[in-house]
Design a protein around this ligand. Structure first.
Ligand code: S3P
Length: 172
């Protein structure tokens, strides 16, 4: 069975949903941010602050390449992982790509307590988050399955995902 990769903007629940999905499918779970944090010995926000975005993207690309050696895993990515051409190409190879979609308002609400550890969102209004989201849409839209997460319970989202994954695999 293919690797399952979750993509989407910050604050849509990729890690929480990915972990729950992996549990339901009895698969291993990995997260690109956690892999980078483990390698660098500090949270990703600190990597970005101390070493810069370019360095973070390089570390993230390395993490993606490493995680692609886990063929059956569920993998959650960082919000900007798919913006990197090499990471996007690596992720696509042998994976089912799932986009967790949310509105800028949902993202604004979901990240209000975590904007400190997300330098990319610090001081941003919902409208500014919307602009960033719009810029990234073409990358997120390159997916196999889309699930809308606004205002929904995690289990409800995971149940829809399980159905859509099954349907997609049956159709292949
Ligand atoms: C980023 C999202 C973060 C993290 C980094 C950059 C972004 O991951 O990879 O801070 O620019 O979208 P989450 O999407 O898990 O917050």
């Amino acid at each position: 069975m293919e690797r399952i990769v979750l993509i989407g903007f910050m604050g849509v629940g990729k890690t929480t949903i990915g972990r729950r999905l992996a549990m339901r499918l009895s698969r291993d779970f990995y997260d690109t941010d956690s892999t980078v944090a483990k390698c660098e010995g500090m949270p990703v926000a600190e990597v970005v602050r101390k070493k810069g975005v370019k360095y973070f993207q390089g570390a993230e690309q390395f993490a993606v390449t490493t995680l692609m050696e886990k063929p059956n895993a569920v993998i959650s990515t960082g919000g900007s992982t798919v913006l990197n051409d090499a990471s996007r190409a690596a992720l696509r190879d042998g994976s089912l790509i799932i986009w967790l979609q949310a509105t800028a308002d949902t993202i604004y609400r979901n990240t209000c307590h975590s904007r400190n550890r997300r330098p990319e969102l610090q001081g941003k209004t919902a409208a500014e988050i919307g602009e960033l989201l719009d810029q990234r849409l073409p990358y997120y839209q390159e997916c196999d399955i889309t699930v809308q997460v606004d205002g929904r319970e995690i289990d409800d989202i995971v149940n829809e995902l399980l159905q859509k994954i099954q349907r997609t695999l049956d159709a292949q």
